[in-house]
Design a protein around this ligand. Structure first.
Ligand code: TXA
Ligand code: MG
Length: 349
């Protein structure tokens, strides 16, 4: 078996993990699919050079084929192979944040097939920071890459643990590599660079303020209503649990929960602020207190929502996060998770 592993990425891996990575690489080379951990969320990976493996990804995810996939590469040195040009701002950001939770949208080179980009002439690309992902990419070797969306069905919550992938995709995926709980817990920040102006298409693991200080220039946030860009995270309803979820300001949340509790709905209330630590006594209301630190909150959010989804609640009420830039990615995901949910649940009642 070919071995092109760069051991610098593998120092934290056990020999069992290394053997599993070898097996995963074999599956990928044979046109199979492998779910793998990244520092953001788990990805559902296929070899970029294998068209039938890529169509399996779309089928498994039940994702529209014009929604492009992110290309995962092992290091910055691989970037030039997959893209046509690298603007100065892209170099700066890649040097600063890779490996890490930043996806750059750049003009694609001829090496990126049409079925990856949904026909667009740009490609989304990043170097993930998880040692298992990096070792897998190293094992595949140069001029190979993993195309991978998050390993969930279209529109649903991204998995942040191997067990979530198992529950969501089961035997549809050929192998699941277990790399523990994802450190960031939210997807990567997606950036488009055009004539050196930098736009955030999806807020994520890297905050805007960090981008701005690395670039020493302001960064704009694409308006949520821009739907001409086929970013699935830009669809209003996304990242959604089955249980309807609503967002409430701190001062309204208990009153609103009590209203539904009086109609015998079981409500789970998720808060983060100190002022909301003590729930009213009501048998239909349960309370979970999230961290008040955005990094810790982001790490837990999807796992919590997934667990709450299985707990038989009629509704999840979430306290609005603070209106501050470091909370942007969390607020974005909660807004999409809550989109239309309340109306959907109660219009027939
Ligand atoms: O953290 C992440 O980004 C995770 C891990 C697995 O890397 N991946 C992820 O992939 O979230 P996915 O497919 O669930 O979301 C990627 C988003 C999609 O909304 C897709 O439309 C957008 O990136 N995207 C990819 N290529 C694009 C392009 N050329 N132009 C605009 N959007 C693009
Ligand atoms: Mg996704």
């Amino acid at each position: 078996m070919e071995s092109t592993q760069d051991l610098s990425n593998n120092t934290t891996l056990t020999s069992t993990q290394q053997a599993q990575i070898m097996a995963a690489a074999d599956i990928l080379r044979a046109g199979g699919t492998v779910a793998f951990p990244t520092e953001t969320v788990y990805g559902l990976g296929a070899d970029i050079t294998n068209a039938s493996a890529i169509s399996k990804i779309y089928r498994i995810k039940q994702r529209p084929v014009d929604h492009p996939l992110i290309v995962h590469i092992s290091s910055l040195s691989q970037l030039a192979y997959w893209v046509q040009e690298i603007p100065e701002a892209a170099w700066t950001l890649a040097r600063h944040f890779w490996p890490g939770a930043l996806t750059l949208i750049l003009p694609r080179s001829r090496h990126v097939p049409d079925n990856v980009t949904g026909g667009q002439d740009t490609v989304g690309i990043r170097v993930p920071a998880h040692p298992v992902a990096l070792a897998l990419l190293d094992t595949l070797g140069p001029h190979r890459a993993l195309v991978a969306p998050s390993a969930n069905r279209f529109g649903r919550i991204s998995p942040t643990m191997a067990a979530h992938v198992q529950e969501e995709l089961g035997s549809d995926v050929d192998m699941i590599l277990d790399g523990g709980a994802c450190d960031v817990g939210l997807e990567s920040t997606i950036i488009r660079i055009c004539n050196d102006s930098v736009t955030v298409l999806r807020p994520g693991g890297i905050p805007l303020s960090a981008l701005e200080s690395a670039l020493d220039q302001p960064v704009t946030l694409a308006h949520k209503a821009i739907s001409a860009i086929r970013t699935s995270g830009a669809l209003p309803s996304h990242y959604a649990p089955d249980t309807p979820l609503s967002l409430y300001p701190a001062e309204q949340i208990w009153q609103s929960a009590l209203k539904l509790a009086h109609e015998n709905y079981r409500i789970l209330v998720l808060t983060w602020s100190d002022t909301n630590k003590i729930p009213p006594i009501n048998p239909f209301i349960e309370h979970y207190s999230m961290p008040s630190d955005p990094i810790a909150y982001g790490r837990q959010l999807y796992a919590q929502l997934r667990q709450l989804d299985h707990s038989g609640f009629d509704h999840i009420f979430v306290e609005m996060p603070p209106d501050q830039p470091v909370w942007l990615a969390i607020t974005d995901r909660l807004e999409r998770a809550s989109y239309n949910q309340f109306d959907k649940k109660h219009e027939h009642k």
